[in-house]
Write a protein that binds this ligand. Structure first.
Ligand SMILES: [Fe+2]
Length: 295
């Protein structure tokens, strides 16, 4: 009889953390934050792209200090949960270090396959919805869900290629999240990204998401001036769709995310939202989170 090794404990969804924005690791964002504070805006958490800090994880602690010590979430693909190869020990160690240095509460990991153990392929490979692949995601997450010291939640991917197996992107996210018992990062932006490659049936996809499992929302917030330009009508409508859909979701009893992260450099546009737009966007998002928490 073989000894049974217990799965690591299932993470519990934390209390509401708050709202913030995706902070790119460049000086422009340090200036943006200063200006946000000047116009009366504030953040409750910040999201980092882990990839920006590979070379110097220690810089994360300095940024967190400059943001008043807020908690963070790392947006990540390093862990490659869809890959049969598991990440190198150095990758796991670096992830742990980033978590410690950035006051990280949870990691938002992409549901994607990004390479092999030693080599990041440089691009997302959208999961194809097959049974075999779904099992790999579940087993990896179940076995290693506490390896970084904080929970992993998984993000719905943009659809770029044809679906091959029986599940659409969000159906696969659902089956992985339920199978591994983890939370979900629901990205509105990824539906928009998919529009350029392989448009998704958004209603059907959103219906597949188990709303009670959503911990975080990704919502685009682009520059209003740029979105108003005649050539950017599609982007403007996409942002309106994302905001209206978020408001709709918060009317559902089971929808209780703990954070909303604004992507202030909208997918497909160049200019950053202004500090005033971000301040107002944060207030809007905070009201939405409050409307869920008050129920
Ligand atoms: Fe993402």
């Amino acid at each position: 009889m073989s000894a049974h090794v217990a799965d690591p404990p299932v993470p519990v969804k934390p209390d509401v953390i708050g709202v913030g924005f995706l902070y790119h690791g460049v000086p422009e964002f340090a200036r943006l934050y200063e200006r946000l504070v000047e116009v009366g805006g504030h953040i409750d958490l910040v999201e980092f792209l882990a990839a920006h800090h590979h070379a110097d994880p220690g810089h994360l602690a300095d940024i967190i200090d400059s943001l008043g010590g807020v908690p963070s979430t790392l947006h990540c693909f390093e862990y490659m949960i869809g890959s049969v190869d598991r990440p190198a020990a150095a990758t796991v160690e670096r992830l742990r270090r980033m978590v410690e240095l950035s006051n990280c509460r949870y990691i938002g990991e992409h549901v994607g396959v990004m390479g092999t153990r030693d080599r990041y392929s440089g691009t997302f490979l959208q999961p194809f919805g097959t049974d075999e692949q779904t099992e790999v995601f579940i087993e990896n997450l179940k076995r290693d869900r506490d390896v970084a010291g904080v929970p992993f939640i998984i993000e719905n991917q943009a659809q770029i290629y044809d679906q091959v197996g029986p599940r659409s992107v969000c159906e696969q996210v659902r089956d992985i999240a339920e199978g591994a018992d983890v939370g979900i990062l629901l990205s509105m932006s990824n539906f928009t990204v998919a529009e350029r490659f392989h448009p998704m049936d958004r209603e059907r996809e959103l219906e597949a998401i188990p709303l009670e499992r959503v911990w975080q929302l990704h919502i685009p917030l682009g520059s209003g001036a740029e979105l108003a330009e005649p050539d950017n009508g599609r982007q403007r409508r996409e942002q309106e769709w994302a905001h209206a859909t978020a408001e709709q979701l918060f009317k559902e009893e089971s929808f209780r995310p703990v954070s909303i992260v604004l992507e202030v450099q909208n997918a497909g546009t160049i200019a950053l939202a202004t500090p005033e737009e971000i301040r107002d966007g944060l207030d809007w998002a905070r009201d939405l989170l409050g409307s869920g928490a008050d129920r």
